[in-house]
Design a protein around this ligand. Structure first.
Ligand code: AMP
Ligand code: MG
Length: 483
């Protein structure tokens, strides 16, 4: 046991849920823990020390157990690319729940800390590069104001990890509202009797959506809440061009955070068919498919809740269907509102949808960069060059100028700046900084990029390098799951 760490404030409520839903485990010992990254801002928010002792660094790599932590691996199931599988934390270990000074509860999880009973044939390990990638992109999502799990630390293990190549392993400390997923409910529905499923559902409601407990049918109200959160999340992803890449039901969080940064990437040139994941051969999780896949996942969530929504199964299905049918309607409304905001339109009017869609079609036809095109809106015509000087863009731009001229420009500008990031994690930059950091232990450029991404809506002098996109840079770009 490690003695000195006093600032963790553990309260492990998940140990009170049904015992079939987790297994007590111990992280596997590693050779030589070495701190690679520590998120002092997040530590501060959590009420933790801004420096780590060597004992704690070791514990965050899996050597030793912090007092008060009661490590478990969580069981879950999930539809992976549409196929149902029994899963569980195979390379993640939940240390416990930490309560912040303001009373918020967070899961503290080690990712890559060795095998668990759910590892199947996997080694429970993760490469340094993959953990640095999750750290960088999850912090970028947070900077963009999008709900996400956070990254507190990355600790190198000194052990080798065998993938296509041999590389050093690392453990990420992940912080989440919880790691309860649609897949957790699918597992509970498959293995627990109805009353125990209901107990688990009540636990989740109390933890994440306590207001729902007062409703007439709490499980049904939970379905509506989770759907509502997911719609907001997907609208946010679409706003910034984020492609999750592996929207399996085990990667959809009940509290509505972006979770599991495996093959995710950001779109450069606008094209709804964009896919980067090497294993997504049928483009199931393409950029433009994300809303309908989210609805599909919510339907899986509903299926898991059916037994506790109504004793009459047909009635339960009908009640769920009414909610799920609303998904595309609500999504379209919120998406249109978000796109209007990206165009600086204060209130949606008839004709705005055409204005939006014409711009998107123009981007697609001209292979225009999604992020940078919106940044053109704050420029005057004379400053626009390249494809933006073309007649078709200019005529769209005049239409847009006329549309927003009814509002005070300061208000328009405020919206434009709020909804359109100036910086996103460009794929080629992410690769470059990861290469340098993971292979050569050179974190200079990684830190520079991280800093820019923490404030993506502000102009940052001397940072144009992080906005430029070399031509055809994404051709053949592939991302990988679980590396
Ligand atoms: P993911 O693709 O990261 O969502 O993981 C899907 C499932 O595979 C989960 O049950 C993971 O725990 C498991 N998994 C992924 N990588 C590994 C690994 N290296 N060792 C053991 N299990 C793994
Ligand atoms: Mg996962």
């Amino acid at each position: 046991m490690i003695k000195e760490f006093k600032t963790w404030n553990w309260n492990n409520s998940y140990l009170t849920v049904n015992q079939h839903l987790y297994t007590k485990v111990t992280p596997t010992h590693v050779e030589s823990p070495r701190l690679l990254l520590y998120n002092k801002n997040l530590a501060n928010e959590l009420g933790l020390l801004s420096e780590l002792s060597s004992d704690v660094i070791s514990a965050l790599a899996g050597n030793g157990v912090l007092p008060g932590s009661e490590p478990i691996a969580q069981a879950y199931a999930g539809h992976q690319f549409g196929h149902f599988n029994i899963l569980g934390d195979g390379r993640a270990i939940l240390l416990g729940e930490h309560i912040t000074p303001s009373g918020a509860r967070f899961d503290i999880q080690l990712k890559g800390a060795g095998g668990t009973p759910y590892s199947r044939n996997g080694d429970g390990r993760a490469t340094t590069s993959a953990m640095l990638r999750e750290y960088l992109i999850s912090e970028a999502m947070h900077g963009l104001g999008i709900p996400t799990t956070r990254s507190l630390a990355v600790v190198g293990t000194g052990d080798e990890v065998y993938r296509e190549n041999v590389s050093e392993g690392a453990v990420l400390t992940r912080v989440a509202a919880s790691h309860i997923r649609v897949g957790t409910f699918q597992y509970a529905a498959k293995f627990l009797p109805k009353d125990e499923l209901r107990e688990f559902c009540d636990y989740v409601i109390e933890r994440h959506y306590p207001e729902v407990a007062q409703e007439e049918n709490p499980p049904l109200a939970l379905l509506r809440k989770v759907q509502d959160k997911q719609i907001d999340l997907i609208v946010d992803w679409m706003r910034v061009g984020f492609i999750h890449g592996v929207m399996n039901t085990d990667n959809m969080s009940i509290p509505g955070e972006t979770i599991d940064y495996g093959p995710c990437a950001f779109m450069n040139t606008y094209n709804p068919a964009t896919v980067f994941s090497s294993i997504d051969r049928n483009s199931r999780y393409a950029y433009g498919n994300q809303p309908s896949i989210a609805q599909w996942n919510i339907a899986c969530f509903a299926s898991a809740l059916i037994p506790i929504i109504h004793d009459d199964k047909d009635e339960a299905v009908k009640l769920c269907q009414e909610i799920i049918n609303e998904f595309p309607i609500i999504y379209e409304q919120r998406w249109a509102k978000m796109m209007c905001s990206k165009l600086g339109i204060l209130e949606e009017k008839e004709g705005d949808e055409a204005l939006i869609k014409d711009l998107l079609h123009w981007m697609e036809a001209n292979q225009a960069d999604y992020t940078n095109t919106f940044l053109q809106l704050t420029k005057i015509k004379e400053e626009q060059s390249g494809i933006y000087a073309q007649l078709d863009f200019q005529s769209w731009f005049s239409r847009w100028q006329a549309r927003v001229s009814v509002y005070p420009w300061v208000e328009v500008q405020k919206l434009l700046e709020k909804f359109n990031p100036k910086f996103i994690p460009r794929n080629h930059l992410v690769e470059e900084v990861l290469q340098k950091a993971a292979n050569f232990n050179n974190f200079g450029l990684f830190q520079d990029l991280l800093k820019v991404l923490q404030n993506p809506y502000f102009n940052q002098e001397g940072c144009e390098y992080f906005q430029e996109i070399p031509k055809n840079i994404d051709e053949g770009y592939q991302t990988y799951c679980g590396t």
